[in-house]
Structure formats: structure tokens, C-alpha cells
Design a protein around this ligand. Structure first.
Ligand code: SF4
Length: 431
């Protein structure tokens, strides 16, 4: 197994100096806009990091795709990508847009094109218009002069319709001519780079050269976003750190093929957290393989959780719960934490407008007296449930002060009522 030596963190730090506060660094990129109708989603610059997702329906199924786009948007996705892979899909795009507009879902749609995007966008102008942004993979637009012409054709259509584009390079479909050229150049170096480093360079060169060409063709550079996706955490960090140093385009971030379940979520969180903390990344997507029966919206939930955990954005009230240990054999706190978490999360689509700011609410549900009162005081509302052998009483803290003590068999329901009342009082908009 590979071992990697880590630099020592020991230094002559002094307790006289305050410990620096941790916060994500800011990296100013150009700001672009992805719009549908009056709905404008700013990307880059001082805009918050945006959440994207992608459907897995057959785009030719306009109704099924519109329903999934709506679900993703309701879950919190601010941009939704759909595949546009053939004439049937391209024909369906305006109907998907129409269905969404009719449902009042104004989330911008991004068309994902490979191989035939130049033709589909040319043959289906209504598709080109209904999309708000086109994803172009420079490795899949064709080779040589033909590839250049087809790339230019897509960019010209984007410029004509005033659409943004993402130049989305992927190591699985890297421009093979470019890679071969860089490999040849590398072979003539006195000290050749590792093959992986040549691959990094090819990813970045492909993105930057394509962006330069798109600007030369006439696209506003603010509306060009870049991505260089790979599937390993350390590769992604290395590539994006270099890419961020070499351009000021807004960057779309994500591991490609992150994987399934816990593995995909953890790998994505690990890679994205490092980069976001360094100020790198203007939009994110979690490319999660859904587990059988799992909702597609799970990739949105994880993206929101990453941004919220880093303190970069707030989407849903947070519930802090202790993990439990031998001091409590009761699972009441787990059940209560789950119930409150589900309740808050499920209520958000309605609460977003009814209770502005409710996403910043913090609730604590703790299992015993050890950390219960302390943690509860740090939350807006906290409850410290009785551990094994403790008196059957659950003090409730509101805004850091002990407000009351719940007793008896109905603690769970009574606490939910307290949370409801608090939300109404603190976040309710008075007429
Ligand atoms: S709060 Fe109590 S029950 Fe929960 S982990 Fe800490 S000691 Fe254990």
C-alpha cells in the first residue's frame, strides 16, 4: 500500500495570539449569468457557490424528464442538466421547458452534448433557445479541422442565442490528439513528467484552449465556465488548483463517476471541501450513482450538505444530535433527531417563502447530561434527554436559556410543538 509522508504541523505557535478563524478563502472569478425568463442565476464572482444536478431520465420522455427536473429543483438544485443525445431528445427539450414553465418551475436547463451537438443545435433551434446553457466536451466534438468547425458551430449558436456554455473536459474522453502531442513533448524532456502529470496538463490545456477559441469566436468570456473532471480525489485537487491559478473563468466542480452511496458521498465531500475552502469552485455537482430505489435528489441533498457543513451557504435548519454511547441505552434521542430532521427538511419547500431565514435555525437533540445542556445552549432550541439512570426529565433550552423541562411519555410530541412555535414566532412574516 502506498504511504504518503505528511508535512509536520508543529511550529512555535504561541497561546498569546488568538487562533485564526477558519473560513473559505475567496477567489474572484468572472461572473456569468444562466437565465430563463426573468430568473437569473449568477455564477462566479461574488455569487454563492451554485448547486447543479443532472437527470437520468430519457430526455425524449418529456413528461418524465420535466417531473424529475422539478423534483431536483425542489430539492434545491439551482441548475439542472439534461442529456441531449439525439433528434428525439432535442425535439423534447422545448416541451420539457414548457411543462416546467406551466408548473412554475423556472430552473434553467443545461443541455449536455457529445459528438452531435453541432448538428442537434443547428437542426433544432427551438431546443437551442429553450436551453439556458450548453455543455460542450472538447474531447467529443470531433477530431482535427472537423472538430474545430463543429466546436465553432456550437459556440456560434450559443453566442447567437445569448447562452452560457460550460467547456466540460473529462479524463475519460480527453482529446486524444492533444494528449498524444503532450506525451511526445514530455518524452523529449530531460526529466520527463509522470504520465499522470501529463494527463493533468492535457485536461487543463484542452479547457483553456477551448475557452480561448470560444472567446475568439465571439462568446462573452463571463459566460464561459470550465470543468476538468477526474474520478480520484487527489487528482481532482491537483488539477483544479492548477486550473484556478491559470484562469479567472468560473469553475464547475465535481468528481466524475463519484460512485455509489457512502463512497460517492464521502469522496465528493473530501475533494470538494478541500477546493471550496481554497476558494476554488463556483458551481458543484455530486455525480452519485443512485442506489437501487434511491431518489435522484440524493445528489442534490449531498451537495447542499457539503456547502452547509462548510458554512458557505444555509439551505435547511440543522439538527445536531449526539452519537449516543453507553451512558444512554435509550434510542429516543435518535428517533427524535430523525423525526425533527425529516420534519424540517420536508417542510422547507413551503417554509422557504413563509419563514424567510428559517434555514439558519439550529436544533440540538442530545442523549444525556454530559454534553446535552452545553450543546443545547449553543443551538436556537435544544433538548437534553435523560441518560440511563438520570431523572426522567428533559430540559429544553431556547436561545441559550433553559426555558422549561419536559417530563412524561409525550416528550417527543411536546418538543415538536415547541419547535413549531419557535419557528412561527422567530421567522413568521407578520402581515
Ligand atoms: S451526550 Fe451523553 S449520550 Fe450523547 S454521546 Fe455524549 S455522553 Fe453519550
Amino acid at each position: 500500500m502506498d504511504t504518503v509522508s505528511r508535512p509536520s504541523l508543529l511550529s512555535s505557535g504561541s497561546a498569546d495570539q488568538p487562533i485564526a478563524l477558519a473560513a473559505a478563502r475567496s477567489r474572484r472569478t468572472r461572473q456569468g449569468v444562466v437565465a430563463w425568463g426573468n430568473h437569473r442565476v449568477t455564477v462566479g464572482g461574488d455569487a454563492p457557490v451554485r448547486v447543479q444536478s443532472m437527470t437520468n431520465t430519457d430526455t425524449a420522455d418529456a413528461v418524465g424528464t420535466a417531473i424529475q427536473v422539478k423534483e431536483l429543483a425542489f430539492a434545491g438544485s439551482e441548475l439542472v442538466r439534461i442529456t441531449v443525445n439525439n433528434d428525439e431528445a432535442a425535439k423534447a427539450v422545448p416541451y420539457i421547458r414548457e411543462q416546467l414553465d406551466r408548473m412554475g418551475v423556472d430552473v434553467p436547463l443545461i443541455g449536455d452534448f457529445h459528438y452531435n451537438g453541432h448538428r442537434l443545435l443547428t437542426d433544432h433551434p427551438a431546443c437551442a433557445e429553450a436551453l439556458s446553457k450548453y455543455r460542450i466536451n472538447p474531447g467529443n466534438v470531433g477530431r482535427g479541422d472537423k472538430g474545430d468547425r463543429q466546436f465553432a458551430q456550437m459556440v456560434e449558436i450559443a453566442a447567437r442565442h445569448d447562452k452560457a456554455i460550460r467547456i466540460g473536459v473529462n479524463w475519460g474522453s480527453l482529446d486524444q490528439d492533444l494528449l498524444a502531442r503532450l506525451m511526445d513533448e514530455n518524452a523529449s524532456r530531460v526529466q520527463p513528467w509522470e504520465a499522470r502529470q501529463v494527463m493533468y496538463e492535457a485536461l487543463i490545456t484542452s479547457a483553456l484552449d477551448s475557452a480561448k477559441r470560444a472567446e475568439e469566436i465571439g462568446l462573452n468570456g463571463n459566460n464561459i465556465f470550465l470543468s476538468c473532471k477526474v474520478s480520484a480525489v487527489q487528482d481532482l485537487i491537483a488539477v483544479y488548483q492548477a486550473l484556478a491559478q491559470r484562469c479567472d473563468y468560473a469553475l464547475h466542480l465535481g468528481l466524475t463517476e463519484a460512485g455509489m452511496g457512502t463512497k460517492g458521498a464521502v469522496a465528493s465531500a473530501a475533494a470538494l471541501s478541500v477546493l471550496l475552502q481554497q476558494g476554488i469552485g463556483d458551481t458543484i455537482r455530486i455525480s452519485l450513482t443512485p442506489q437501487p430505489g434511491e431518489s435522484r435528489t440524493q445528489e442534490v441533498v449531498i451537495a447542499l450538505e457539503i456547502l452547509q457543513a462548510l458554512g458557505m451557504r444555509a439551505f435547511v435548519p440543522s439538527v445536531t444530535a449526539c452519537p449516543g454511547c453507553g451512558r444512554t441505552t435509550s434510542t429516543t434521542f435518535q428517533e427524535l433527531a430523525k423525526q425533527i430532521d425529516d420534519y424540517l427538511r420536508n417542510s422547507m419547500p413551503v417554509w422557504r417563502t413563509r419563514y424567510p431565514g428559517v434555514e439558519n435555525l439550529k436544533v440540538a437533540v442530545m442523549g444525556c447530561i454530559v454534553n446535552g445542556p452545553g450543546e443545547s445552549k449553543h443551538a436556537d432550541i435544544g433538548i437534553s434527554l435523560p441518560g440511563t439512570g438520570e431523572a426522567p426529565a428533559a430540559p429544553v433550552f431556547i436561545d441559550g436559556q433553559k426555558a422549561l423541562t419536559l417530563r412524561g411519555d409525550d416528550i417527543v410530541r411536546e418538543f415538536q410543538v415547541i419547535v413549531d412555535n419557535y419557528i412561527e414566532k422567530k421567522f413568521g412574516v407578520t402581515a
